[in-house]
Unconditional design. Structure first.
Length: 114
């Protein structure tokens, strides 16, 4: 797990660009509240699960805001907050093989939205 907010931001923006989505300048404000340094305790497969679910949740949050089929708008702070809430629900309901109980508790502790 990379503990740098900036590196995580760059990674997420790169992933979103590859999906044809852009990001507003204020979008990552909710993500700044996450204590990435505490997440180093999670395993690689758990990190992959968190990133995958978060990206999928961002896409869903963005689609819920658009008015026309196929239309997209830039990811904003509300989308990020919504995606973090969705991530929290996914983590709480995930199987132990995806994310261990101790890691679920850690995610809940470090993510104020989860």
């Amino acid at each position: 797990m990379d503990t740098s907010f900036e590196n995580n931001r760059q990674y997420l923006e790169s992933e979103l660009r590859s999906l044809g989505l852009e990001v507003t300048s204020e979008a990552w404000r909710p993500l700044q509240r996450i204590q990435f340094k505490k997440l180093v305790k999670i395993h690689d497969h758990e990190e992959a699960f968190l990133r995958k679910v978060f990206i999928e949740s961002l896409q869903s949050a963005n689609r819920m805001r658009t008015s026309k089929p196929g239309e997209t708008s830039k990811i904003n702070a509300r989308d990020v907050s919504t995606a973090l809430l969705m991530l929290g629900a996914a983590v709480a309901n995930a199987k132990e093989s995806a994310i261990a109980g101790i890691s679920k508790a850690l995610v809940k502790e470090v993510c104020p939205y989860c």
